[in-house]
Design a binder for this molecule. Structure first.
Ligand code: CA
Ligand code: CA
Length: 291
């Protein structure tokens, strides 16, 4: 019984770090695992930035590679929305991230483009003033954008004309370190640009949205997971962890502790046997009999 309990403890400790990442000191974070009683998406950062329109148009939570993910079908152009709050208006160093899997062509905005830009996560809903956003266009590539105050002033980090595959997970991360914008795809930096002064960042009362902007361009069709907003620039090792889920030292220590407990349980279990010594030796010598 004791061995079973300790083995269960080992599994419980190890399981989360095999597929889930944490969001240290995030301003808002969404692992897409659960909704509240009003069917609004829960903010796992603890800051209470739940959605206010459920899961958006055509949105549902489905099982996928990272636990559950938010899936948008092609029935609606309404993204998931989170109410504006001062903490989500970013004008100093910050990081935004999301995982996406594209299942089909984005929902067109009634215009002439069959494939249009989609804002995966971001804030600001004006053609010339947008606080921040991670975008993609299947024909044109990835984009991390701040669109500063003023017409024809547009700052971004992007990579153009790269293949974007459907039915494949991508981790997207945009970072402003106080002077530069940087974009990472699957933990690899793909674009850099010099940013403007934070005083030029457009800070308005538009909602934070996931899956598209409220009215600009188009909307994602497919899966989104692990969306987070940080009020600081993640360092390189933190970026790798967010992208790959490879545990940081604290998590590794937890895994090692759990494994040692499991190991101890096996030794304790075997001590009740008459051939304790031979079993112990066999365990550590990978089956060689020391008698
Ligand atoms: Ca998830
Ligand atoms: Ca502008």
């Amino acid at each position: 019984m004791k061995q079973t309990i300790l083995f269960a403890f080992f599994i419980i400790c190890v399981s989360p770090v095999l597929y889930a990442v944490s969001f240290p000191n995030a301003l808002a974070a969404y692992d897409m695992e659960s909704v509240n009683i009003s069917n609004n998406l829960i903010d796992v950062s603890g800051n209470g930035n739940t959605s206010y329109n459920g899961l958006g148009g055509g949105g549902s939570l489905v099982s996928s590679n990272y636990g559950k993910a938010l899936r948008f079908d092609a029935s609606s152009r309404t993204p998931l929305a989170i109410a504006d709050t001062p903490s989500l208006r970013l004008s100093q160093a910050f990081t935004i991230e999301a995982r996406i899997l594209i299942e089909g062509a984005c929902v067109n905005n009634g215009g002439s483009r069959n494939i249009d830009w989609v804002r995966v996560v971001g804030k600001g809903n004006d053609a010339e003033n947008r606080n921040y956003g991670i975008w993609y266009n299947e024909n044109e590539g990835w984009l991390f954008q701040i669109d500063p105050i003023g017409t024809n002033i547009n700052t971004f980090a992007s990579v153009a004309q790269v293949p974007i595959a459907r039915n494949q997970w991508y981790h997207l991360l945009g970072l402003y370190d106080g002077s530069n914008l940087k974009m990472y795809v699957n933990g690899i930096r793909v674009g850099t640009d010099t940013a403007i002064s934070p005083s030029q960042f457009p800070l308005d009362s538009s909602p934070l949205t996931i899956g598209g902007s409220p009215s600009e361009h188009s909307k994602h069709v497919g899966l989104i997971d692990d969306v987070a907003i940080f009020g600081y620039a993640l360092n390189e090792s933190q970026i790798q962890y967010q992208a790959t889920g490879v545990p940081e030292p604290a998590s590794l220590f937890m895994m090692l502790s759990a494994f040692l407990l499991f190991l101890a349980s096996k030794i304790n279990f075997n001590r009740t046997s008459r051939d304790y010594n031979s079993k112990l030796c066999a365990f550590f010598s990978h089956g060689h009999d020391k008698n």
